[in-house]
Design a protein around this ligand. Sequence first.
Ligand code: UZR
Ligand code: MG
Length: 206
Amino acid sequence: MKTVFIGIAGGTGSGKSTFTKRLKEYFGDNLTVIYHDNYYRRRDDIDFEHRKLINYDHPDSLETSLLIEHIKQLKNGHEVEGPLYDFTQHNRSDKTVLIKPCKVIIVEGILVLHETQLSELFDYKIYLDADADERILRRAARDIKMRGRELPDIIAQYLSTVKPMHNLFVEPTKSVADIIINSALNEAAFDIVKTKIESIIVSNQD
Ligand code: UZR
Ligand code: MG
């Protein structure tokens, strides 16, 4: 079985995880999702107050070499123990997640198209676009509800790192994407991606 890899990038709050979750719900066991977010580095060397201040929108905060290694192992038909990240602690959790080779694997994250060594492993590269105002609104709502944050911290983090790093490292990767989707709410675009994945699964019978 050949695994087809699809990279889905886009700014924070662009709807990557929601878009991907819908595909996962539709395709079930034929599709696996790997979150680049789970590859944020383990930082046991510093305490929570200092971990809070790290620039998590810079490519160096992610252990992308480990993700590349895992994708290569999956391409060779091996299972991998993927890391899991705990956003409430700003640190890697002690739990891991078993990732098995699968017909289609989506690799999702703000910076999945940033490093060539990673992006060249994808058969299809998608960039999910969204206006910055919509993204920050979604992000604020999500971070308060799911990641244990408070609005003043979200605003400070957005202005100091999220926004400038987005402009430096995320937005430019649009140019390497095969497909740019203008909104996670674009149903026609969702349908086109879904149809493509369907055809990959059908033609990829063992
Ligand atoms: P998505 N992030 C944190 O806020 N804390 C962490 O410990 C690790 C990551 C944020 C990161 C980035 N940036 O914007 C976002 N900051 O998670 C990526 N600052 O996740 O694409 O789901 O928004
Ligand atoms: Mg997400």
